[in-house]
Design a protein around this ligand. Structure first.
Ligand code: SAH
Length: 242
């Protein structure tokens, strides 16, 4: 029986891959992966490695999570070294916990190799620190994905009234809803906000605006993209290095 490595691929820039992740990728017998911000990582694998893509293809759905769990389990029965590669970090909106529990329940050993999460690294490459002394004492990472047919939001919008930095992942298609909700709870119209597309890659694009104009300004940006809201966005004026 083999071992499964729940491995973070980092946010995009190849060199933000950890040394440990690189080693297990190079040693893997099989790699099960999603859409990655940097597919070059896969070139590091052995020549005879088996690849299974379980991410979203254009115009179709991704493989359901319970099927992915089963693929990991079966792979571990057959191969010695199984790498489950995920963008950023597996435990930050990466469903790594579910995969680990599934394997645990079936007696399969696994290791977790944290990756650099896009929620911090992508703002950093745009010159935006998620915390800054004197500006904010905390930050949080929130899913911006909400199914269109949900009448009541799962997000507790009333809890966003502080000056905490908020990073929304998977929320670009919902940007209009997000800014509307933040304005509704009393955030100022000129509250700073940025959208960063393909962060840490050579195609990175950063759009800076406010809660009232960011939707218009960021039209046409490509995914993956994240949204960052907070006074820290203004620090980019001096911290933009990239
Ligand atoms: N586990 C991942 C996040 C998965 S959710 C991590 O830790 O980074 C996927 C979301 O992450 C995307 O919808 C987008 O909001 C964000 N994201 C991932 N890579 C990104 C990148 N290179 N640039 C901008 N946003 C990115």
């Amino acid at each position: 029986m083999g071992k499964v490595y729940l491995t973070g691929a980092g946010p995009g820039d190849f060199e933000l891959l950890t040394i440990k992740a690189l080693r297990v990728i190079q040693e893997a017998d099989i790699i099960i992966y999603d859409r990655l911000a940097n597919p070059d990582i896969l070139k590091e694998a052995k020549k005879d490695v088996e690849f299974i893509y379980v991410g979203k293809a254009k115009g179709s759905h991704s493989v359901p999570q319970d099927e992915i769990n089963e693929i990991l389990y079966k792979a571990a029965l057959k191969h010695e070294s199984v790498v489950r590669l995920k963008g950023g970090d597996n435990f930050v909106f990466g469903r790594g916990g579910e995969e680990g529990i599934y394997l645990y329940d079936r007696g399969i050993s696994f290791e977790v190799i944290p990756g650099i999460t896009s929620s911090i690294a992508v703002p950093a490459y745009a010159g935006i620190p998620v915390t800054h002394r004197g500006i904010t004492t905390s930050f949080r990472v929130v899913t911006g994905h909400e199914s269109a047919n949900k009448e009541v939001s799962q997000i507790d919008w009333s809890s966003f009234t502080t000056n905490e930095t908020v990073v929304f992942l998977m929320g670009f298609h919902n940007l209009g809803k997000i800014t509307k909700n933040l304005l509704k709870i009393g955030k100022p119209k000129d509250y700073p906000c940025a959208v960063i597309s393909k962060g840490t890659t050579k195609d990175q694009k950063v759009v800076v605006g406010t809660l009232s104009d960011i939707v218009e300004k960021s039209k046409g940006l490509e995914t993956p993209a994240l949204i960052i809201v907070g006074e820290v966005v203004n620090l980019r004026e001096k911290l933009q290095w990239n």
